[in-house]
Ligand binder design. Structure first.
Ligand code: PEP
Ligand code: MN
Length: 288
């Protein structure tokens, strides 16, 4: 009689788990910009790169204390008839803004066919958006690069699914992954999403990777962005991603959740206060 064994081959240890790497991972973007292990950064900028106004927004964000610039050149819009982004021209504008401000740039890549372009243009951080959080072909493709990745939580994704998405990237050789809580879809409709604040300490428990928070997409409402940004800092976020626009009413996308440059400036004062109250006065990051 042949004995049938149900034993599976032992799974390899997961690279994402804190047990495989007890110390916090610190991602170094150069120029003194590090994320994780006590280094805190603020990523700010418009939802979509729209044109030359990016350069003014970038300058204002930098003066306020942002340390990375964000902007979407390829936009995942719910309707195919909404503006889809400037594409390569958007990347060029981000590169120009980086040259003017010195801030590393973050932009979303949506298609495996565009990854090489992002690498060639030297985009400092490639963002994987919530809608692609389980696009395994894309996760593997960015995993074959050396570019740091800002990996957003799927809008209906569990923390375990987020960790496994990061594992896809890491399993291909790229261990520079920043996780990002950006709100999840729940029965509540008063806010765009429900900000899962507890994801921040929970992820720090499960993984050594840095944990960012995006209160802009989590709430969908500019008035709630500041309070949730402060809460995320208090909960131990290693980075914030905040949408900022010089004229939110005319923004191509996500205007209702965009802070004006003045509002962002005021919020940054509060962020510095809360970080110094909780983590002590030696908070050198996120200062202009
Ligand atoms: C964005 O950052 O503009 C964005 C589309 O984010 P998310 O994928 O979290 O919705
Ligand atoms: Mn947006």
């Amino acid at each position: 009689m042949i004995a049938i064994s149900h034993a599976h081959a032992a799974e390899p240890p997961r690279k994402v788990d804190r047990s495989s790497h007890p110390e916090d991972t610190v991602i170094d973007l150069g120029g003194g910009v590090k994320i994780g292990g006590g280094h805190f950064q603020v990523i700010a900028g418009p939802c979509s790169v729209e044109g030359e106004n990016l350069l003014d927004i970038a300058a204002r964000c930098k003066t306020a204390g942002a340390t990375l610039l964000r902007g979407g050149a390829y936009k995942p819009r719910t309707s195919p008839y909404d503006r889809q982004g400037l594409g390569e021209r958007g990347l060029d504008l981000l590169v120009e803004a980086r040259a003017q401000t010195g801030m590393p740039i973050v932009s979303e890549v949506m298609d495996t066919r565009d990854v090489e372009l992002f690498v060639d243009r030297g985009i400092d951080v490639m963002q994987i958006g919530t809608r692609n959080a389980q696009n395994f072909a894309l996760l593997k493709e960015v995993g074959r690069t050396k570019t740091p990745i800002l990996l957003k939580r799927g809008m209906a994704g569990t923390l375990e699914e987020l960790l496994m998405a990061a594992e896809y990237i890491m399993s291909e050789g790229n261990d520079k992954v920043i996780l990002c809580e950006r709100g999840i879809r729940t029965f509540e409709t008063a806010t765009r999403n429900t900000f899962d604040l507890s994801a921040i300490p929970a992820l720090h428990d499960f993984t050594h990777l840095p944990v960012a928070a995006d209160p802009s997409h989590a709430t969908g409402c500019a008035r709630y962005v500041g309070p949730m940004a402060l809460a995320a800092c208090a909960a131990g976020a290693d980075a914030l991603e905040i949408e900022v626009h010089d004229d939110p009413a005319s923004a191509w996308s996500d205007g209702p959740q965009a802070l004006t440059c003045d509002e962002f400036d005021a919020m940054m004062d509060q962020i510095r206060s809360i970080r110094s109250a909780i983590f002590g006065p030696r908070d050198e990051d996120a200062r202009p």
